[in-house]
Design a protein. Structure first.
Length: 317
C-alpha cells in the first residue's frame, strides 16, 4: 500500500542543505498552483505543481506532493490532514491529482502512468473514462521508453502485482499503458468509461510492436475481479465481438468468447458446452482473465441467446 515516507519543511527563499545531500533544496516562490525550484537533491530546477502528486524523477515507485503553507492557519490545517487515516488522505490527494490531469488535458508521461499505480484505485477508475474521452492517444517515443520504462517493471514485486515483464507487452501507446494499469488495479468505477472508449476507439489499435488489446483486456480483468450484476451487463454487451485480444497470435483469445466464458461460468455453465475453446495467454492469466476463442460465429450467437433467455427468466439456466 502507498504510504508517506517522509516530509521536509522548507522556507521559501532560503536554501536548505539536508544531511548527506549534495545540493540544497531551494524554492524561491510558491502559490496555490505552482512552485519554482532553484535547486534540489532530486528535483531539477523548474516549475512543479502544488497540491497534487507528481512522480519522483529518479526513483520509480515514489512521488512528491508540495503544499503551500504560507500562513499559520494553513499550517494548522495541514497538520490535521497529515493525521487523517492514510487511505482517506490518499483518496483526497488522488482526486486533486486526477482533476489537475484532466484540466491540463495533455497525454500522460511514462513516469506519470507508472505513478497511477500508487494512487487510490477508485479515484483512478473514475478518472480513466473522462481522460480517455478527452485526450488523444499517441505512441510513446522510443527515447522515453528507453529512459524510463525498464526501471518501472521493478517497482512492484511480482507477488503483489499481476504485471508481467514489459517485453511481453511490447510498446503500447500511452492510453494502452493506462489500460494496462486499469487491468491490474482498476475497479468497477472504470467499466462504463472503458466501454465508451472501446466503442469510440479512443485507444490506438494493437500493432506488431504492441499486440495486446489493452482496453478490452482491462474491462475483462475488472469484471473478473468484481463480479456483480453491473459487470455481467458489460460482459454480455461484448459477447458478439470476435475481436482478437492479441493481434497476430495463432488461435488468439477473443473479446466476445472470453466475455461469454466468464458469464457462463458465473451461472454454472460450461464454456466448452457452448463451443468455446480455451486460449491461454500469460498476460491475460496474470490479470485474472481466462482467454477463450469461439469455434464458429454461431457460438457467440448461441451465448447471446442464452443470456437473453436468462434476462427473461432470471431463475432459468
Amino acid at each position: 500500500p502507498t504510504r508517506l515516507v517522509g516530509t521536509q519543511s522548507l522556507v521559501v527563499g532560503e536554501p536548505s542543505l539536508g544531511p548527506g545531500a549534495e545540493r540544497p533544496s531551494h524554492f524561491d516562490r510558491i502559490d496555490d498552483h505552482t512552485a519554482h525550484c532553484v535547486s534540489g537533491q532530486n528535483l531539477a530546477p523548474g516549475d512543479y505543481p502544488v497540491g497534487v502528486a507528481f512522480p519522483h524523477p529518479k526513483q520509480p515507485g515514489y512521488f512528491f506532493h508540495l503544499v503551500n503553507l504560507t500562513s499559520p492557519r494553513r499550517k494548522m490545517a495541514n497538520q490535521y490532514v497529515v493525521e487523517m487515516p492514510a487511505p482517506r488522505r490518499l483518496a483526497a490527494l488522488s482526486q486533486r491529482t486526477f482533476a489537475w490531469m484532466l484540466a491540463r488535458a495533455k497525454p500522460l508521461s511514462i513516469a506519470e502512468l507508472n505513478m497511477l499505480r500508487q494512487l487510490d484505485r477508485d479515484e483512478l477508475s473514475r478518472f480513466a473514462g473522462p481522460f480517455l474521452a478527452t485526450v488523444q492517444d499517441e505512441l510513446v517515443p522510443d527515447a522515453e521508453y528507453g529512459a524510463v520504462a525498464e526501471p518501472l517493471v521493478q517497482v512492484t514485486p511480482p507477488a503483489e502485482s499481476p504485471r508481467i515483464r514489459q517485453g511481453h507487452l511490447g510498446r503500447p501507446s500511452r492510453h494502452g499503458l493506462l489500460c494496462e494499469v486499469l487491468a491490474a488495479h482498476g475497479t468497477r468505477e472504470a467499466l462504463s468509461g472503458l466501454a465508451r472508449a472501446i466503442e469510440a476507439r479512443r485507444v490506438l489499435p494493437p500493432t506488431e510492436r504492441a499486440p495486446y488489446r489493452l482496453d478490452a483486456i482491462a474491462l475483462l480483468a475488472i469484471a473478473a475481479r468484481e463480479s456483480s450484476p453491473e459487470s455481467d451487463v458489460w460482459l454480455a454487451r461484448w459477447v458478439d465481438r470476435p475481436d482478437p485480444l492479441v493481434a497476430g497470435a495463432h488461435q488468439a483469445p477473443e473479446l466476445g468468447a472470453s466475455a461469454g466464458a466468464m458469464l457462463l461460468k458465473r451461472y454454472g455453465r460450461s464454456p466448452l458446452e457452448f463451443g468455446l475453446i480455451e486460449a491461454d495467454d500469460p498476460f491475460l492469466a496474470g490479470v485474472g482473465v481466462a482467454g477463450h476463442r469461439a469455434a464458429s460465429a454461431e457460438v457467440l450467437e448461441r451465448i447471446r441467446q442464452w443470456w437473453a433467455g436468462r434476462q427473461e427468466k432470471p431463475d432459468g439456466a
